[in-house]
Design a protein around this ligand. Structure first.
Ligand code: SAJ
Length: 438
């Protein structure tokens, strides 16, 4: 392997490209975003968020001359391998994946790939996609035959924002190969990227591994959410019970919250369900997905119930939402549950202010990095993200700044005894409500 092309320079593609280049292989990064290409070629990491080690690695890689970012697929016509790391969102209403980015990449690769190369898809895809979409598309645009004129595989990514390089360098990978030659070529590449175990499997097994991984997590979170609401209605403390349940080593009760956001968990259950092509519908897993998807609406109902208990009409009610990102200590807002909550409350004619001190930009939600400005004079305060800052806010300060005294804590950020000590009315997912108890 002398030259490898990485298509899609996002939080998956950039670390992969840098790791390969630093293994001494000529690496060509390809993306449709010219700004991203310019930034990378100037050693500037173009994605928000703190990624330990990425800036240094980018600097080192660019100065080594082993990596270049480009807009043109034709710059990689001599690539011995192409790794595809583009997004694969799901259109829930239409119950189908949005393969626009994937099909675009496959067409351009097909038009530029050379005989004897390897094409690997890292993006998460429904089981069956390699045989039914990827291979036919590559063959159609290249005029070459998979398994004869080129090799093909699927190696699902296992990245986690905030730990991109660590995961990439240490996690094992499922090498889904069309045939032995594909497996051999994939092992040659991924053994240079990770010290983790490499498992050679067939294409559909690799597709299913990744969709199972995230669907499993989605269902685990849904169980925590359902248990927490059960506890709220039974007057018991979910977190106390969770600690006791998790003493059993084979148990790992997750955490409840105001919803499940991010770039992958919300869509992968749908990719899995779609993959069965109607042969089997995973009803339970889809129900779990719906439970999580409904959580921000459930929180909005708690806000409306709180306003009612305070005898404030929705149009006169001022609400502050703490946390706009989808995950604590992150600035990533993709599929943020706070966005759903905000829009639901606005539809109810409430006045809603939003705070986040990590997030720098949101395409549609007005927000502030100033906590005082956000909570000043509000009737109801809703904590949606467990940012460390929120755990350390002084209750006295909140009491002084708010207009009212109702707190909804969806992430168990505030200490219940402190809420009671400072005379707050409250609803906390998993720890019940001061109103319903009275
Ligand atoms: N969440 C809960 N309760 C939990 C855990 C998470 O409500 O107990 C919520 C979070 O608040 C967030 C969403 O779920 O809104 C997703 O959180 P996440 O911790 O799963 O983080 P992600 O979205 O970055 O998931 C990634 C995934 N990695 C890949 O797809 C390669 C996932 O497979 C990993 O399991 C996850 O990181 C991880 O373990 O950190």
């Amino acid at each position: 392997m002398e030259t490898i092309a990485v298509v899609g320079l996002g939080y998956v593609g950039i670390p992969v490209a840098l790791k390969i280049a630093n293994a001494g292989i000529e690496t060509i990064g390809i993306d449709i975003d010219k700004n991203k290409i310019d930034f990378l070629n100037k050693s500037i990491y173009p994605i928000e968020g703190d990624e330990p080690g990425i800036d240094e690695l980018l600097e080192k890689t660019i100065s080594s001359g082993k990596f270049i970012a480009t807009y043109n697929y034709s710059d990689a016509i001599n690539a011995d391998a192409w790794l595809v790391c583009v997004q694969t969102p799901f259109l829930v209403d239409e119950f189908k994946p949005n393969f626009t980015a994937l099909n675009g990449a496959l067409k351009s690769i097909g038009e530029n790939m050379k005989k004897g190369c390897l094409v690997v898809i890292e993006s998460t895809i429904p089981p069956g996609t390699m045989q039914e979409v990827v291979i036919p598309c590559l063959e159609a645009y290249s005029g070459l035959r998979a398994g004869f004129d080129f090799s093909v595989g699927h190696c699902p990514e296992r990245v986690m924002p905030g730990k991109l390089l660590f995961n990439l360098s240490s996690y094992g990978r499922a090498l889904g190969g069309l045939d032995d030659k594909s497996h051999k070529l994939m092992a040659e590449i991924y053994s240079k990227i990770t010290s983790g175990k490499l498992d050679k499997v067939n294409l559909k097994t690799a597709e299913t591994v990744k969709t199972f991984e995230n669907t499993y997590r989605d269902a685990e979170i849904a169980i925590a959410n359902d248990f927490a609401i059960y506890c709220d209605n039974m007057g018991v403390d979910f977190f106390e019970i969770r600690d006791l349940v998790n003493q059993v080593e084979s148990r790992n009760l997750h955490l409840p919250g105001g919803g499940v956001g991010g770039h992958c968990i919300p869509k992968d259950t749908w990719l899995l369900a779609y993959g069965s092509r109607g042969k089997y519908t995973p009803e339970f897993l889809i129900k779990a997905r719906e439970v999580n998807n409904e959580m921000p609406i459930y929180v909005a109902k708690q806000v409306l119930d709180a306003a009612k208990s305070l005898d404030i009409s929705p149009q006169d009610c001022k609400v502050a939402i703490l946390g706009l990102s989808y995950l604590e200590e992150s600035d990533d807002v993709r599929n943020s549950p706070s966005e759903v909550l905000f829009n639901t409350l606005i539809e109810e004619k409430m006045s809603v202010s939003v705070h986040d001190y990590f997030v720098k930009y949101h395409p549609s939600i007005p927000f502030s990095n100033d906590l005082e400005e956000t909570i000043s004079g509000v009737d109801i305060l809703v904590v949606m993200v467990a940012h460390k800052l929120y755990k350390s806010i002084d209750m006295e300060y909140i009491k002084r700044s708010m207009g009212g005294n109702y707190i909804i804590d969806t992430r168990n950020v505030f200490d219940l005894s402190a809420l009671k000590k400072f005379g707050f009315e409250y609803y906390t997912i998993g720890r019940g409500s001061s109103i319903k108890e009275s």
